[in-house]
Design a protein around this ligand. Structure first.
Ligand code: ADP
Ligand code: MG
Length: 254
């Protein structure tokens, strides 16, 4: 199964998702991520961003949701009915909402768990050393329980754990939530490097800072539909988009 050269790595078309058979969370959503590209899904709370990621990772069923119609293609193959484990094996990695680390395990042990899903032949040690260069904290605090780290450091561990599997596409659900701007900048820089080394990114964000730093194209989700999409800087500079997306407008109300 070879994909056509110009085919996106991930292509979502007319995706409809319901929860409990009645709550319509996504209503005909289209978006795509080029191979090696970096794309953002932005939108207010409840817009359907997390649902879109769950559809791609096969995790909807664990939340009472299902894809009712539409297609999801990854690397030339239909995956809308695939199970979560086979999607990881196919090269889809993810960083779930809320910096999930194994708090009682050391940083090094957290990374080892990520390496169990390594689908490439690359030695674990080599990947770990590479990530240690990207995030020096990982090496410095290798033996420390992850639960003792700051929020930003835990987010780095969560991202690095996903990268230990060497995914072709990494999905991130609001990784900058609650982090200081300095930490967001650091994570942004590292994600750019990860992307430059060939890993495609699909970043879900409610805040604009990381999307602007890391992605080249962005889709605005609003109540389960794509309202607009454009190069990230262009989309996020649009005043109407900012008003709907951030829930506030910089234009004074007359
Ligand atoms: N497990 C669930 N069961 C029922 N409804 C849900 C569930 N998860 C999300 N929803 C609903 O689906 C819609 C989209 O939610 P979500 O994808 O979490 O949005 P976002 O990530 O953009 O905040 C919301 O109306 C939300 O209430
Ligand atoms: Mg969400």
């Amino acid at each position: 199964m070879t994909a056509f050269a110009d085919e996106p790595l991930l292509e979502v078309e007319r995706l409809r998702v319901t929860y409990g058979g009645s709550v319509l969370a996504l209503d005909g959503v289209d978006f795509s991520v080029p191979d090696g590209g970096a794309v953002a899904l932005v939108g207010a709370n409840g817009a359907g961003k997390t649902t879109a990621l769950r559809a791609v990772t096969g995790l909807l069923r664990f939340h009472g949701g299902q894809v009712t119609t539409g297609t999801i293609r990854f690397a030339g193959r239909s995956i809308e009915r695939a199970d979560a484990a086979s999607l990881v094996a196919a090269g889809i990695g993810q960083v779930l909402e809320g910096r999930r680390v194994f708090a009682d395990l050391s940083v090094a042990e957290n990374l080892r768990i990520g390496a169990f899903q390594n689908r490439t032949g690359r030695p674990e040690r080599q990947i770990r050393d590479e990530l240690g260069e990207l995030f020096p904290m990982l090496a410095e605090r290798a033996d420390q329980p992850a639960g003792q780290l700051s929020g930003g450091q835990q987010q780095i561990v969560a991202i690095a754990r996903a990268l230990m599997a060497q995914p072709r596409l990494l999905l991130l659900d609001e990784p900058s939530l609650g982090l200081a701007p300095r930490v967001v900048a650091q994570i942004g820089e590292a994600l750019r490097t990860v992307n430059e080394r060939g890993c495609a990114l699909l970043l879900v964000e409610q805040s604009t800072a990381l999307a602007l730093r890391v992605t080249e194209h962005a889709y605005l989700l609003e109540t389960g539909r794509v309202r607009a999409h454009a190069p990230t800087a262009e989309l996020l500079a649009d005043e109407r988009v900012r008003a709907s997306y951030l829930g506030t407008s910089a234009v004074p109300v007359a």
